[in-house]
Design a protein around this ligand. Structure first.
Ligand code: ZN
Length: 506
């Protein structure tokens, strides 16, 4: 008989094996969207399915179940588990039960369909051809419904899927936050439209050479605290950050020489995600406790750096002369105030990832409404383009001229990621709540931004968010960090003050 006191060590060992398989899959999926030739898609789909099966086998192995049962019943040295050990076993139990509820064939089918869906979506988006993507979306939705009923047969399908991204959250909780927020946001958009103040956003659409954009973005995120000795930056179509393993958290971006905002704010955003991953608790590496807790908390980190830091007037007091120097002659005639107004222009637009801080929520709400209808079948896949245009007109007052800028713009549904979109708004709300709490602890944050002292800000986030890994549920983590449950109020205070000043609202 093995020494029972080795149980925790054996548990960590087993979990590390599962984590390494997940990391190998992460590297393959990073490669798929940065370097892989399109001819590699079929082989990549088979490779990913094999890795998904191997991970699933590791999570459903009888010896893992036995280890967890022994730890739950006997603890270690006859004493019940406490602290992080208890949290590790609890978290392993949750993931283990979920894995055991999923048939291996379903796991492999989802993995294959995701690679296929990603590839077909990419082509359909490029060709503005929704019809070629529709069968993939139907297949993915059918798998998502199967997955939902496997993991939580008694819960509404949407809640089962949403919980994969935001533990403990439900459609009802999201709707309770969104309903009042929708009215507040639309009222603000109307007031801003009526203000008569019109920033010249055209200054962001001059000619910005790609190499200079890359150099400026790299220098900016390095200063903020993204560690390039443990990361790298590559190009892709749909930017993301990804953890390949301890000491390897990569970011991606896309450059448009005719629009400065895309790569600049996109890179800061992804670096915000990556700094979270780079500062997760090292003592729990390769275990579920050492991972990020939820996508909402993840997004709170990216939005905090992108918006609260990267779009703030105080940040640009120091950064703007450097930006002018990075693009000789391009912005010589533009004053700092005009630049800050341009990067904070509020205007209903078609593309979610390029939306301003206020109308952004309307993009998320549109998707939240449509994906619930797609999932429960009340909206047929073939009717999605029309429903998208109709919701876009109702919420944003504008209609996409094609599906490329409409229902084909996001990658998520091609991956079966239903229930994911709300986490963008939840994270945005959380980012301001964290910022307010940080200001209570550190004092006037504008002073830090003016002086380019980002280390204390990152240090606060590490202490209150990153270092906890998955020890607490997202809502509990936020309550501990800020003293309150998630609320729209800090966000509304922030946008009213910031945009009240920028647009001279009464
Ligand atoms: Zn993000």
């Amino acid at each position: 008989m093995p020494n029972p006191d080795d149980r925790l060590a054996r548990l960590r060992d087993h979990l590390a094996g599962a984590a390494h398989l997940a990391q190998a899959a992460a590297l393959l999926s990073w490669d798929q969207v940065t370097h892989m030739p399109s001819g590699g898609a079929e082989a990549r789909a088979r490779q990913m399915a094999t890795l998904a099966r191997a991970q699933h086998a590791r999570w459903t192995a009888p010896e893992l179940e036995e280890l967890v049962v022994a730890l739950e019943t006997d603890g270690v040295d006859g004493a019940p588990l406490a602290g992080d050990d208890a949290a590790l076993v609890r978290e392993t139990r949750r993931l283990l039960d979920r894995a055991r509820s999923m048939p291996a064939d379903l796991v492999a089918a989802i993995s294959r369909q995701r690679v296929r869906g990603r590839q077909v979506w990419g082509q359909a988006r490029a060709d503005d051809d929704f019809a070629s993507f529709a069968p993939e979306l139907r297949a993915m939705l059918a798998l998502a419904r199967e997955q939902a009923s496997a993991i939580a047969p008694d819960a509404p399908a949407y809640d089962a899927l949403h919980d994969l991204y935001e533990r403990g959250s439900t459609a009802a909780r999201v709707a309770a936050l969104f309903d009042p927020l929708r009215d507040e946001v639309r009222a603000l958009v109307v007031a801003i439209g009526a203000s008569g103040v019109r920033p010249d956003a055209g200054i962001l659409r001059r000619e910005f050479p790609e190499a200079a954009q890359e150099a400026f973005a790299v220098a900016t995120v390095r200063e903020m605290g993204y560690d390039f000795t443990r990361g790298r930056l590559d190009r892709t179509v749909h930017p993301f950050a990804i953890r390949i393993g301890a000491g390897d958290v990569r970011i991606t971006t896309r450059y448009r020489t005719d629009f400065l905002g895309s790569a600049l704010f996109g890179t800061i955003h992804e670096a915000g995600h990556a700094m979270y991953e780079q500062n997760l608790p090292a003592q729990h590496v390769d275990t579920p406790l050492g991972g990020s807790v939820s996508l909402g908390i993840h997004e709170s980190q990216s939005r905090l750096w992108e918006n609260l830091v990267g779009r703030s007037p105080a940040f640009w007091e120091r950064a703007y002369p450097r930006l002018q120097a990075a693009f000789p002659g391009v912005l010589d005639d533009v004053r700092s105030e005009a630049f800050v107004a341009a990067v904070n222009e509020v205007r209903p637009s078609l593309i979610r990832v390029e939306a301003d801080e206020i109308t952004y929520h309307l993009h998320v709400m549109l998707r939240f409404d449509l994906e619930r209808a797609l999932l429960d079948g009340s909206l047929a896949v073939d009717d999605l383009p029309g429903a998208w245009r109709e919701r876009s007109r109702a919420l944003l007052g504008i209609e996409p001229p094609n599906d490329r800028e409409g229902c084909l713009q996001d990658v998520h549904w091609s991956q079966g990621m239903v229930g994911y979109f709300p986490t963008y708004s939840l994270g945005t709300l959380a980012s301001v709540q964290l910022w307010e709490a940080m200001a209570r602890d550190l004092g006037d944050l504008d002073e830090f931004l003016r002086e380019g002292r980002f280390a204390p800000l990152l240090g606060w986030l590490v202490e209150h968010v990153h270092a906890h890994g998955s020890r607490h549920e997202p809502e509990e983590l936020l309550r501990r960090a800020t003293g309150a449950p998630l609320s729209s109020e800090p966000y509304l205070r922030y946008v009213r003050a910031k945009y009240g000043a920028l647009y001279r609202l009464a």
